[in-house]
Every structure is written in C-alpha cells, then in structure tokens.
Design a protein around this ligand. Structure first.
Ligand SMILES: NC(=O)c1ccc[n+]([C@@H]2O[C@H](COP(=O)([O-])OP(=O)(O)OC[C@H]3O[C@@H](n4cnc5c(N)ncnc54)[C@H](O)[C@@H]3O)[C@@H](O)[C@H]2O)c1
Length: 313
C-alpha cells in the first residue's frame, strides 16, 4: 500500500509513519516543518518539505509519488493561534486541506483519512454526558470551525466525486514526542516541566474549584491502531477516537507526579479563551472494531519514560 501522509513529521503523524513502516507500508510524508521535526521522519520514507497551501507543489508530489491512500494529519493545530489569527488557521486548515482533497480526487486516491477533532468540535459536553458522533457540532473556536467545515467538504467530495473517506475525531491525544513547548498538550508540558524541576500551572474555572478542566485522554499508539484499522478496512464515516473516560487536569498532574516521584510547585490560573471546560467522547462506534485501549496509568508511564530520556536531567 502506498500511503501519503501530510503532517507526518508532527506528533501524531510521526507515530503513524513509524508504525506503518513496520507494517511494510510504502510512505511519503508531506510536511512544511512549521511544527514537525525532520528527525521524526525515519529512514525509508520519501519526504517532501512543502506547504499544503502551495497547490502546484502539492499536485506535483501526487503526480510523482502516486499515492493509493492519503492520511491528512497536517494542520495549524493550536486553538489559541486560531483565536488570535483565524485567517491563518483557515488558510492552512481549510484552504490547504482543500488542496489535499482536490489532489486526492484528481489522482484517483482510493481512500482518504482526515484528522478531525472530537475535543473541540462538539463544544461543551455537559458533565455526566459523552458526545456521540451524532452529537450536534458546536464549534467554540476558529480551529473547530475549520475542522467542521472540512467535514462538510468531505461529504461534498464523497457525494460529487465518490471519494471514500474516514473522519477520525480525536479526543486529547498524548504520548512520546508531543511538543512540550506548545500551549496545548498538558501531559507533555507537565512531563517536561516536572522533569526539569520547574513549577506547573493548572488552568481552572472558578466553578470547578481547583481541579481544572475535564478531558478524554487517548494514547497516541491507540490512535495509530485505529487509523491502521480504518485504512485497511476502508471504514467510511465518522469515528470518535477516545477512551470515553474523563479526567481532570489535577488527576493528570497527580498521575504524572506519582510516576516521576516528584512534588512540583503548582499554581492555578483562569482558563484561556477557546478552552472548553468538559469534553468526553463516546467511543462505542469505533469500539466495535477496536478495544485495545491503553490504560491511562500505563500510557503515562510510557510517556514519562520517553520524556525522561529526552528531557530529564
Ligand atoms: N494532538 C491532539 O490532541 C489532537 C486532537 C484533535 C485533533 N488533532 C489533529 O491531529 C492532527 C495532528 O496533530 P498533532 O498533535 O500531531 O499536531 P502537530 O502540530 O504535531 O502536527 C501537525 C504537522 O503538520 C505540519 N504542518 C502544519 N502546517 C502545515 C502546512 N501548511 N503544510 C504542511 N505541513 C504543515 C506541521 O509541521 C506538523 O508536522 C492535526 O490535524 C490536529 O488538528 C490533534
């Protein structure tokens, strides 16, 4: 199978690349390295350092490399950047994505996987509920608006051009290689700061006391496994990729502290614009095909192990 993956130098994309290579897949990565790293791309992968906003270059790659399947992971992936610069976000996440879609149709790609967001697309999920895939889409940030519009474009590309596609709505993904210097990715930020003996901040809204927001944390290797399944079974439609379990930021912090054996200085601050308070996603639909979810404690142990090797003193 010939897989072209955009964003393959980034956090999630690079895990998919690593695991797909072990499965014997032929891989091309398209990435402009705006957030991803060259060293995340293993030997044996064809790498094209291009911007998906550049339609001509992207079409040239498709013409030359001839992918059978495409996984679109590239994105401006920060909610706060999208709040400050919605047009920049839309340029990459809508227009850039449309270029990838147009090229996929033009060059007869057999299946297309889109990395959408379950963490942002449903808006606030009331405590005690889990958002199923039928939950109304209710974006609260330009980032989520862009992801929701691409989902609608996909329907058009499916209806009009017969494009076969899977939409994966990821919850909060964590694991090795996540950027600890971004504004999101609390597991990576906590791991790096605690291992560097720095204080940490929990963003909390007064109504929730000092526990922080509630999120559904999914281990990155599980995302790859679900992705692989969708690729091979050509599963069509929309799937939440989540554990269905909510954890407060303080629970996450406590788990990381206990694995590391550290007691950092903790301060609390108000939630940032665009941050949701509660987001838990129902995973019944994908669990019909996959139920090997990594236990949270085990996922944190593996993540801490990696951060200790790369950021520990
Ligand atoms: N990490 C999460 O918890 C999460 C949750 C929901 C959805 N997602 C989505 O999953 C995908 C992967 O996220 P990630 O966490 O690995 O982010 P990431 O920032 O680590 O990876 C994104 C990759 O896309 C590349 N990229 C960005 N703009 C580009 C452009 N214009 N042209 C070419 N390449 C470009 C970056 O260099 C980077 O390598 C994204 O689409 C993101 O929106 C992530």
């Amino acid at each position: 199978m010939r897989l072209l993956i955009t964003g393959g130098a980034g956090f999630i994309g690079s895990h998919i690349v690593e695991e797909e290579l072990k499965r014997g897949t032929e891989i091309a990565v398209v990435d402009n390295l705006s957030a991803g790293k060259r060293e995340n791309i293993p030997e044996g992968v064809d790498f094209y350092e291009i911007d998906i906003c550049n339609r001509d270059e992207l079409f040239r790659v498709f013409a030359e490399w001839k992918p059978e399947v495409v996984s679109h992971q590239a994105a401006q992936a920060s909610v706060s950047v999208s709040m400050k610069e919605p047009a920049v976000d839309a340029m990459v996440n809508v227009v850039g994505t449309l270029h990838v879609l147009e090229a996929s149709v033009y060059y007869g790609v057999q299946h297309f996987i889109f990395a959408s967001t379950g963490g942002a697309i449903y808006g606030e999920v009331p405590e005690g509920s889990k958002a199923t895939e039928e939950w109304p889409v209710n974006p609260k940030s330009p980032y989520a608006v862009a992801k929701a519009s691409v989902e609608m474009y996909l329907k058009i590309f499916g209806d009009v051009h017969g494009l076969s596609y899977t939409i994966l709505r990821y919850a909060n993904v964590y694991g090795p290689r996540q950027d600890p210097y971004g504004e999101a990715g609390v597991v990576a930020i906590f791991c790096q700061r605690i291992l560097s003996e720095l204080p940490v901040t929990v963003y909390a809204r007064r109504t929730r006391g000092d526990k922080g927001c509630i999120r559904d944390y999914v281990y990155v290797k599980d995302v790859d496994k679900v992705h692989s399944l969708c690729l091979r079974k050509r599963l069509r439609g929309v799937y939440n990729v989540s554990t269905g379990q909510g954890r407060t930021t303080t629970e996450v912090l406590e788990t990381i502290c206990s694995v590391i054996g550290a007691r950092p200085i903790v301060s609390f601050d108000n939630q940032r614009p665009g941050d949701l308070e509660v987001s838990i996603l129902d995973n019944t639909r994908i669990s019909r095909f996959f139920d090997g979810w990594t236990d949270f404690q085990r996922g944190i142990e593996k993540t801490v192990e990696w951060f200790s090797r790369n950021y520990g003193s």
